[in-house]
Design a protein. Structure first.
Lengths: 293, 272
């Protein structure tokens, strides 16, 4: 009896998890600090906000809410929101979906699934949308599809360029086939906008996958991606399960897509606004004459 | 006319749609189109055997035919990757769509796939981009397009060939945003509940007709040759009707067809 007890005790200690008299680690209040998922550095939230949610040590781009993105990219006070009243319902009466929507609305996302509107970037008027990562992983249901379609239709009518930030886990399966149809619907609106000779810039942020990648994210005239952003059609776990292999390092990351020729540039948050306003500037319509000649 | 299928539940239909002895795109093409000539390759990377493209005669009109082919028998199924196309398959279809537009030929698509392939190569060559490009291309393609779901319609990989003036479905075909197994394992961590998921996802032709996602159900209770005969008459009639429309009307109708889906989601902001 005694011997068994002697051997058992140190084993428990090594495993660590069950040790009941371990000294507690330093208390980290979650609303004050976050750890960088890339380099594990402990960062103060306040300090992070100053660097536009980019880790100062390794450059990791943290997930960012739709409203904060729009605030960062648009000229101060110029953003006018549109279609804020379009929100998800449960069209197929899918079990548990109503509760899921309610729960999502209690998070930081609130009612935002995608925020759409008009703003100025570097003084140039444009339509802008930003998807919300905190609302059911940025998935696309009928409400998201409808808002993006309306935005493109409005931009086509008003002759404005569109700048869009994508983040999405794909089509929202609780809305079944209706979610899938949003891919066709938004693509139709993008096509009409494009046929009208107007510019569409997409910024792919971490992660952009599934039905959003296979529709309006990849249909832009100019596609930018944030450093390290995961962008793909199938998610990495699905691919690993299909091919029963580990995926190579950096697979489906923005840098990988750049190498394969599917994005135009990797865009750092620090210089993003400057880059986008320059691109918009290049596409300002109307004839321009050079005075010097 | 409806036979047994009216009493089948969603999961039974899913199994029927996946069944090994179900007719594939090739079988329909052989029956419906005279003098079919297969045309290969996407002119960019390779030729995807999961997608068959070519030109054939429908009655007295040449039409472009695109079909996702699962194949019969193990050897052919493997060669055709079980009907899961790579990006080059969608780009092969895209090339034929553009040729159809150039020569004013209608396009007829047969869809039968569990989904676009998810593998390393498919991602490297831009599966998402390939599907997206087909969606925008079909939305603006200046010739009539009809898509027929003959078996499984798996998500984006099916939609890439199902943006059309009219989308038809065989009585026992299914069309879904995600496989019921996948849905069950994500939502309930239990792929065994696929049966429930199949029911809730609304994947049958009858459900999709009532949701206005498809326009017509093709009965298949009377056997393959009767189904084909019916299909042929309907295709010819529908194309005759499309011919009376101007290109602008055609494109507006196609746009509106998809524009309507989910546009009812307007609730006052304080509803919850």
């Amino acid at each position: 009896m005694i011997r068994r007890g002697l051997f058992k005790h140190p084993k428990n200690d090594l495993e660590g998890e069950i040790g009941h008299d371990r000294t507690p680690g330093p208390f980290v209040p979650e609303n004050l600090c976050v750890t960088c998922p890339s380099c594990r550095k402990l960062l103060f939230r306040d300090a992070l906000a100053d660097t536009s949610d980019v880790c100062p040590r390794c450059g990791w781009h943290f997930r960012m809410s739709a409203r904060r993105r729009i605030a960062l990219i648009s000229d101060e006070g110029t953003f006018r929101e549109q279609d804020a009243d379009v929100v998800s319902q449960n069209p197929l009466h899918f079990p548990g979906y109503d509760e899921k929507i309610k729960r999502a609305r209690r998070t930081e996302a609130g009612k935002d699934e995608v925020v759409c509107g008009i703003c100025r970037i570097g003084g140039l008027k444009c339509c802008v949308f930003a998807m919300e990562p905190a609302f059911m992983m940025g998935s696309m249901g009928t409400a998201v599809g409808e808002k993006i379609t309306r935005l493109f239709e409005h931009a086509t009518k008003a002759g404005l360029p569109v700048v869009g930030f994508t983040v999405s886990g794909g089509a929202r399966m609780q809305e079944g086939i209706l979610a899938l149809m949003q891919m066709a619907k938004t693509s139709g609106a993008v096509r009409r906008h494009s046929d009208a000779g107007l510019l569409y810039i997409a910024v792919l942020t971490n992660p952009t996958t599934g039905g959003v990648t296979a529709s309006f994210a990849m249909e832009a005239d100019i596609i930018l991606a944030e450093p390290g952003a995961l962008v793909g059609f199938a998610g990495p776990r699905v691919i690993e399960q299909t091919i029963r292999q580990k995926l190579p390092q950096g697979f489906q990351r923005a840098e990988f897509l750049l190498e394969k020729g599917f994005v135009d540039q990797i865009s750092n948050r620090k210089t993003q606004k400057q880059l986008i306003s320059r691109l918009l500037e290049f596409h300002v319509g109307g004839e321009r004459t050079d005075e010097r000649l | 006319m409806w036979g047994v299928s009216a009493r089948m539940n969603a999961y039974e239909k899913l199994l029927a749609a996946r069944s090994n002895d179900r007719a594939t795109a090739k079988d329909y093409i052989a029956r419906l189109f005279l003098h079919f000539v297969e045309l290969h390759g996407d002119r960019r990377y390779g030729d995807d055997p999961a997608v068959i493209t070519g030109i054939g005669m429908l009655g007295r009109t040449p039409v472009t035919v695109i079909g996702i082919e699962k194949g019969h028998g193990t050897k052919e199924k493997i060669a055709r990757n079980f009907g899961s196309a790579h990006p080059e398959g969608y780009r092969k279809a895209l090339r034929q769509m553009r040729l159809a537009e150039k020569f004013g030929r209608p396009v007829i698509c047969f869809v039968d796939t569990a989904g676009a392939y998810c593998g390393i190569g498919a991602e490297e060559r831009g599966q998402g981009q390939a599907i997206a490009e087909n969606l925008t291309e079909l939305m603006g393609l200046k010739v009539p397009v009809i898509s027929i779901l003959i078996g499984e319609g798996g998500s984006g990989g099916a939609l890439a060939l199902a943006v059309a003036d009219e989308v038809w479905m065989l009585e026992n075909a299914v069309y879904s945003v995600i496989s019921p197994e996948g849905c069950a394992s994500i939502l309930w961590k239990d792929s065994g509940r696929a049966k429930d998921a199949a029911e809730h996802l609304k994947i049958t032709a009858q459900d999709l007709l009532s949701l206005h996602v498809i326009d017509r159900i093709i009965p298949e209770g009377l056997g393959f040759s009767k189904t084909c005969a019916f299909l042929k008459i309907q295709l010819i009639r529908t194309l005759n009707r499309s011919r009376a429309l101007s290109t602008e009307e055609l494109l507006n109708l196609r746009y509106e067809r998809f524009r309507r889906i989910g546009d009812h989601v307007v609730y006052p902001a304080d509803s919850t």
